[in-house]
Structure formats: C-alpha cells, structure tokens
Design a protein around this ligand. Structure first.
Ligand code: PEP
Ligand code: CO
Length: 448
C-alpha cells in the first residue's frame, strides 16, 4: 500500500454514522481547522505507541498491571504547572503503592493531554426554562450556560491540540527530568502527609522503599530504571475530525497511527459495531481500549476482537469494563469466559467510576467511594473464579483536594460536596481517595 492510499484509509469512517459529533454551524471553518491540524507535527511517536502496545501485552498476559487515570474532562484553563504536577504526583504515588505493595510492574497511563471531549446522554440542557446545547468538552464548546458559549467552534480543535502539546511537554519533563526519580518518593507526598490518613500510610511505605533503595545502593547497584518513569498519554477518541487529522503514516512501516496520544479508547456511547468510531480505530496501530457497559453481550465482545484485533496480538485490545457495582458479578463472567474460550488474549481493566454515578439531593453528580471499591472487588472476584488476570484500573481522579465523590478514609460527606466541586463533567476521586484506592487494590492483587 502506498502512503497516499494508506493515509486515506484513516478516513473510511466518513461513510458511516458517527455518534456524538458536534454540529458545526460553519462547515468551511471546520475544513480550515482540519487542514491546519493536518499540518501540525505529531504529539507522540509511532514507536512510543508500539512500546505501550508491548507493555499492554504484558498486562494481557498477566505479567503487569495497568494504572490509567486522570480527569473525566480536562479543561483548557487547567493547563497549569500546578494542576499537571498534582495529577502526576497522585498517579506516581499510586504507581509506587501498587508496584511495592503488590510486587507487580505497573504500566502508567494518564487520561491526560487530549481528554477534552465528552459524549453526553442528552443533546440539550435546560436551566430555569432556558434550553441550550449541552456542553461537550472544551474541544467543542464553552462550559458557561450562555447561547454564545454553547455554539460548537472548530477553532477549539486547534486549542485542544495546543493544550495537549503543552501538557505533554510538561509531563515528559516531570517524568524524565528527575522529578519521577524513585528517590523522590517522599517528595511526592510533601504538603499532604500530616493532613491525611492515606498520606501517613503512604509515608510509611515510602520509608520502606527508601530502605530498599539504600540497601541496593550499599550493595553497589543504582539502576537507571529508578531515575525516570515511563508514562503514556491516552484519551477517548471521540471527535473523529480531530483524531483523523492527527492520523499519520508511520515512515518506518507504512502503518497508520493516531499520533494525538499513545492509547485511545472508544466510549460506551460510540462503540456501535457498524459505526464510524470502531471503523476508525480498526485502521490505526495504537493500542486500543473499548469501554464495555452492562448490556454488552459476549457475541459483541467477540466481534470487537475480530474487528480490532484480527491478528490476536496481546496488547492491541483492552476491554475497559464499566458495569456498576451491582452488575459486575452478574454480567462480567460470561464475557470473560467466552472471550477466553475464543483464544484471544485481551487486557481486562475495570473502570469502577462510570457505572456508579448518581445525583445527590443537592443536585451534584457524585459517586460513593464504597461503590467504586465494590466494583473493583467484584472485578477481582470474577477473575479469581475464572483463573484470568485482573489487568488494571481505569479511574477518574485529580491531584487536588476536591469534594466530588463521597466517602473514603478522610471522609467526604454529601453535605461537603459543594465545598470544592470543580469537575467540568464527572466527579473525580481526590488525592486522598485515590491513594486509599491504590492501597486497597494492592491488597486485592496480593490476595489474587
Ligand atoms: C468517560 O470515560 O469519561 C466516559 C464517558 O466513559 P463511558 O464511555 O464509559 O461512559
Ligand atoms: Co467520565
């Protein structure tokens, strides 16, 4: 296949129905934005996507654990050094807890540097008798409830690219420039330890890691691997105009890669087998996730494998299961059993957030920490019973002390929700709740 036909292969989705796409009032402005995006350099390299696919292969085979987390929706005004560092710090701390306490290699992937687009259950929102188009993420329209802000603007696709580029630049600096050095394991916890039980628990673990490092150094070994951390970016491939404008032919192999992020996933609302999203990701070589909600049938799961992983390559396809704490024990076993029986080796990951959302009396969309935990427990139980590998967790979190989910060791009550409710979309675990979760998951993993 020559480069020209190969690049066109990234546009085959255009003939199919694409759910959840914005309706731009000015098609010419959209065409101009796409042309600009097509001229921009890649945000990630194809070779890095291959590396993540290899790491995900280890997850699928049961040799590693995936930690995937970040905001539900990133926001353009959240692209600041403090925000990004706090998020990263939380993920690094969770990674340290899981690696040390569960003794398993942890593949770290952010919902970061591209997670700006949201599928919505309703096209419009009504407040006090006024109905406007729903907010679809900063990549599409504005959060403010005004007619002007809610008009989809294709210039925002370019802002998403630039926001992703600045974020990724900082992430690369933090993860390779010394900040992620394991000897900084205490520094990630400063400003936090005294105020929170999970911070104190972390501090004890960090001391053990320190002792282990000192012991190794005394023995004359100081591995390079401890000085930087491998960290990947991911987001939902929702806006196909953007994703395909950033899909490029890899000069080494002639294959197509979506160079907007290392891994992309397809959400629960856009996973139609005959739809544009599945068609688009079938053409790219990145590692791919598909979210599976409670209505997924084993037959559908097998068809995703045929479409997206025809070569049966461990690491290519990850099923991110989000069924709800009350359904996972009932619905997941059949999927895992039939997929396993088919001989396919996929990575199974739990998203314990999206099946457990409810509206509090105050009107805040929230989640109970106990429900999140219960879904993770159910996920581990199912895999234990079937002898398969619980491959990882996919969570919505922030490094800031928000009050969006209720419960946790440093308990947030329903009445606290208004105090620091900052999410542009779904409620996130705060730093303390995220660390609590990491400790509990490490225990489950050890007992597996
Ligand atoms: C999300 O990950 O933010 C999301 C919308 O998830 P899902 O597609 O599983 O509902
Ligand atoms: Co979400």
């Amino acid at each position: 296949m020559n480069a020209k036909t190969s690049a066109n292969a990234g546009n085959t989705w255009r003939d199919l129905p694409a759910a959840q796409q914005p309706e731009y009032p000015d098609p010419e402005a959209l065409r101009a934005a796409i042309a600009d995006l097509e001229s921009y350099p890649p945000l990630v390299f194809a070779g890095e996507c291959d590396e993540l696919r290899a790491r995900m292969g280890a997850v699928a085979r049961g040799e590693a654990f995936l930690l995937q987390g970040g905001d539900c929706a990133e926001a353009f005004d959240g692209v600041s050094a403090d925000h990004i560092r706090n998020k990263l710090k939380t993920l690094l701390q969770m990674g340290a807890v899981l690696t040390y306490a569960a003794s398993v290699p942890v593949v770290k992937v952010g919902r970061i540097a591209g997670q700006y687009s949201k599928p919505r259950s309703k096209p419009t929102e009504t407040r006090d008798g006024v109905t406007l188009p729903t907010y679809r993420g900063d990549s599409v329209n504005g959060f403010d409830f005004t007619e002007k802000a809610r008009v989809p603007d294709p210039e925002r696709l370019k802002r998403m690219y630039h926001a992703s580029a600045s974020t990724l630049n900082l992430v690369r600096a933090f993860t390779t420039g010394g900040y992620a050095d394991l000897r900084q394991v205490h520094a990630w916890n400063q400003d936090f330890v005294r105020s929170s039980p999970s911070g104190q628990r972390y501090e004890r673990l960090a001391r053990e890691i320190d002792n282990a490092l000192n012991f190794m150094r005394a023995c004359g070994t100081d591995p390079e691997e401890f000085k930087t951390v491998e960290f990947f970016s991911s987001h939902e491939a929702l806006l196909l105009d953007y994703e395909s404008a950033l899909t490029r032919v890899d000069s080494r192999t002639g294959n197509l890669y979506d160079v907007s992020g290392h891994m992309v996933w397809i959400g629960e609302r856009t996973r139609q087998l005959d739809g544009a999203h599945i068609e688009f990701v079938s053409k790219i070589r990145n590692p791919i996730g598909v979210k599976l909600g409670p209505t997924t049938t084993p037959e559908e799961a097998l068809q995703y494998i045929d479409r997206l992983d025809p070569e049966r390559e461990p690491g290519r396809l990850t099923f991110i299961v989000r069924m709800g704490a009350d359904k996972i024990r009932d619905r997941l076993p059949d999927l895992v059993e039939k997929v396993t029986a088919s001989g396919a080796v996929v990575a199974w990951v739990t998203d314990p957030m999206h099946g457990n959302t409810f509206e509090a009396a105050s009107g805040h969309k929230t989640r109970r920490f106990d429900d999140v935990l219960d879904e993770v427990k159910g996920f581990f139980e199912v895999h234990k019973a079937l002898g398969t590998h619980p491959g990882g967790i996919h969570v919505e979190l922030t490094g800031d002390d928000v009050t969006e989910c209720v419960g946790g060791g440093d308990e947030i009550f329903v009445d606290d929700l208004h105090q620091r409710y900052e999410t542009a979309c779904d409620p996130r675990l705060n730093r303390s709740q995220s660390l609590d979760l990491a400790f509990l998951v490490a225990e489950m993993y050890r007992n597996q």
